[in-house]
Ligand binder design. Structure first.
Ligand SMILES: *[C@@H]1O[C@H](CO)[C@@H](O)[C@H](O)[C@H]1NC(C)=O
Ligand SMILES: *[C@@H]1O[C@H](CO)[C@@H](O)[C@H](O)[C@H]1NC(C)=O
Ligand SMILES: *[C@@H]1O[C@H](CO)[C@@H](O)[C@H](O)[C@H]1NC(C)=O
Ligand SMILES: *[C@@H]1O[C@H](CO)[C@@H](O)[C@H](O)[C@H]1NC(C)=O
Length: 629
């Protein structure tokens, strides 16, 4: 205890006796007093603090005391204490007996160890004064507080060791990037121990930091990502308002510039040469062009188009999204023989432009694409995609039925040789003149056998037989009236014995293998006049056979043969004679057949007499010869 402290306590003790009303109002104040200690002199503000801390129910204690002895906290005193040692002071509450100990005679309180305000800023304790002999309290128990005074023993700290942040390139000076905030565990309500000021240690002149807020801002105009993308900024936070002697902490901020579209696409070459075979079909990709763009992502996206040139209708360009290339394709068939070189003017333009950077110039570029067409030995070309020849079936063998034509499209036109694909003419009915493509017959034709001959003719170059083209030749055989009509079916008919004249006994019809244009028309007539039957043409390609008399008798004449002439009306007229067999049968009243002549096979009434006799004979033989079977 310093001399000063002893003097002070003595002074207060004196005051307490002579004029206590100076110290506290007697009315409602307890009879004991608590004497605080002053804050030890550590800086120039001691007087101010002393006044503030000099309160009756509070002690003040400086944290982080490093002396070797116990740190004095203060003194409890009751005015019942006559100084004769009859009173005993007792301490209870937060840390009583361990952290804080009291001299039970004098009331002096000491702290037994170093105290950290940031751990616990207040300790609430209770004081008691009892009579040693009676053990009765001389004062009511009273509560008081030991408040721990802050010293600047904590440096500001950032929650993150490394921050990452992004800011668009080309941002205007002062664009906010990120805010970093350090915290300080010291008492913010007291002094400057927790007042933090930010400064930049690394990262100038590109970035700056606002001292009070920790907001990092861009500090240079036109910072270009394409030159430098990554920056490492070190920010210091210092307490004591940034003054000398303050504690400090730092953090690193990794700042990445993000891309904006501030670069146009550029073709590396002014002229690009491409080659394509004239045989390349429409849609063939013949090559690509590519413009480079220093930007990234969608800022580097490019759309290609053909803006000029003599090949604008022959070629197309499509933008390949993945590779950012312009693929040139064939839009129309090419022909070396008619044109060998095309020129295109191709433009590449950014698809996402930023109006802020229009002042940097147009965001597009052009290049010239020269396309050479290369010759290909092309196969012969027929004058038509297929041929149809029509020929009558009756032409003579060796007649020319039609001619196919083909030529070699190449500039060095080769002569053509024609041949027939024999698989399409297995019967070898046709031949072709190899030199001039005339098709002729080598066998007779028959429409009724085969109406179509679908052939394949091959044209090959004599100079290069591998170059060949096939064409379909349809040969349709036209009809000639070379077949006579015939009965549609074989007619087996009968006439009843009781038939009357004019009675219908059969309707006949005819067929003809020919196929005249106007359709078939048949005529029916008798080969010779007949007294027994007649034919009546129905004029619809059928005719009726009628009786002409009555009195048919199967025992007299069992079967009549009636020749009928059938003719068509095509040129030349074809006719044939068909013979109708008419049996004579016994019929009932309705004209239903009952029984016909003995030779007839059909006997609906039963077995014939001859058959019955044969069966009887068999039975007799069986009976005579016994049971040998
Ligand atoms: C920050 O940048 C440094 C140097 O460029 C790098 O090594 C580190 O990995 C970065 N840290 C983070 C968290 O991005
Ligand atoms: C093709 O040649 C043959 C035989 O020399 C001849 O009969 C025919 O008329 C020719 N065809 C043509 C279309 O000239
Ligand atoms: C031949 O071609 C014609 C016309 O295309 C078709 O009607 C006919 O069925 C074909 N004949 C054969 C045997 O393929
Ligand atoms: C017609 O019938 C009679 C018998 O009634 C016969 O004699 C005659 O030969 C028949 N005529 C012909 C042409 O069949």
């Amino acid at each position: 205890m310093t001399l000063y402290q002893i003097l002070l306590i003595f002074l207060l003790w004196l005051l307490n006796f002579c004029c206590p009303e100076i110290l506290f109002r007697r009315t409602s104040v307890p009879q004991h007093r608590i004497l605080g200690t002053r804050v030890p002199r550590t800086d120039g503000k001691i007087l101010h603090r002393q006044k503030r801390g000099w309160m009756w129910n509070q002690f003040f204690l400086l944290e982080e005391y490093t002396g070797s002895d116990y740190q004095y906290v203060g003194k409890l005193h009751s005015d019942q204490d006559k100084g004769d040692g009859s009173l005993k002071y007792i301490l209870s509450g937060d840390g009583a007996g361990t952290l804080f100990i009291i001299d039970e005679k004098t009331g002096d309180i000491h702290a037994t160890r170093r105290i950290d305000r940031e751990e616990k800023a207040f300790y609430t304790l209770r004081a008691q004064a009892i009579n040693r002999r009676t053990l009765r309290p001389v004062e009511p128990e009273s509560e008081f507080v030991i408040k721990i005074h802050d010293i600047n023993d904590n440096e500001p700290t950032f929650p993150e060791e490394v921050y990452t942040a992004t800011v668009p390139e080309m941002s205007v000076v002062g664009t906010s990037v990120v805010q970093v905030t350090a915290s300080d565990a010291d008492d913010p309500s007291y002094g400057n121990s927790a007042r933090v000021i930010y400064s930049i240690l690394q990262g100038q002149p590109y970035f700056s930091v606002e001292p009070e807020t920790g907001i990092i801002r861009t500090a240079l105009p036109n910072m270009n990502r394409e030159n430098r993308e990554q920056y490492q900024v070190v920010i210091q936070a210092k307490d004591m308002g940034g003054q000398m002697g303050g504690l400090s902490g730092t953090t690193t901020v990794n700042i990445t510039l993000t891309d904006v579209n501030d670069n146009p696409p550029r073709f590396p070459q002014n002229t690009i040469h491409l080659r394509v075979l004239e045989s390349s079909p429409v849609g063939t990709a013949i090559g690509s062009v590519k413009a480079t763009d220093a930007d990234t992502g969608k800022n580097a996206e490019v759309e290609y188009r053909i803006i000029d040139g003599d090949g604008t209708d022959v070629f197309d360009i499509v933008t390949e999204k993945d590779t950012q290339e312009g693929i040139i394709t064939v839009k129309k068939p090419l022909d070396y023989e008619s044109r060998r070189l095309y020129t295109l003017k191709v433009e590449a333009e950014n698809t996402h432009v930023d109006p802020r950077f229009y002042y940097l110039g147009p965001f597009k570029d052009t290049t010239i694409v020269k396309i050479s067409i290369e010759d290909v030995d092309e196969p012969p070309v027929f004058s038509r995609s297929s041929y149809l020849f029509e020929v009558h079936e009756d032409i003579e063998v060796g007649t020319i039925i039609g001619t196919v034509m083909a030529r070699d499209p190449d500039s060095t036109s080769s002569p053509i040789r024609f041949s027939l694909d024999r698989h399409t003419d297995l019967d070898r009915i046709f031949n072709i003149h190899s030199g001039n493509g005339s098709l002729y017959t080598s066998k007779p034709l028959d429409r009724e056998l085969s109406q179509w001959h679908n052939l394949t003719v091959i044209a090959s170059e004599i100079n290069n037989p591998k170059e060949m083209t096939r064409v379909a030749v349809f040969v349709r055989i036209l009809d000639v009236n070379d077949n006579a009509p015939q009965f549609a079916v074989f007619y087996d008919t009968f006439v009843c014995e009781n038939a009357r004249p004019g009675q219908l006994i059969q309707t006949i019809s005819a067929v003809d293998k020919d196929d005249p244009l106007g359709g078939q028309k048949f005529f029916f007539s008798l080969a010779a006049v007949n007294p027994n039957f007649t034919v009546q043409d129905n004029e619809d390609n059928t005719a009726r056979i009628l009786t002409r008399k009555n009195g048919f008798n199967r025992h007299e004449i069992s079967t009549y043969l009636l020749p009928v002439v059938i003719s068509d009306n095509d040129y030349p007229i074809q006719s044939s004679t068909g013979t109708l067999t008419i049996r004579v049968c016994a019929c009932d009243g309705q004209g239903n057949m009952q029984s016909c002549s003995a030779e007839a096979l059909l006997l609906p009434a039963g077995l014939s007499t001859g058959a019955l006799i044969a069966i009887l004979l068999c039975i007799i033989i069986l009976l005579v010869t016994g049971h040998d079977f």
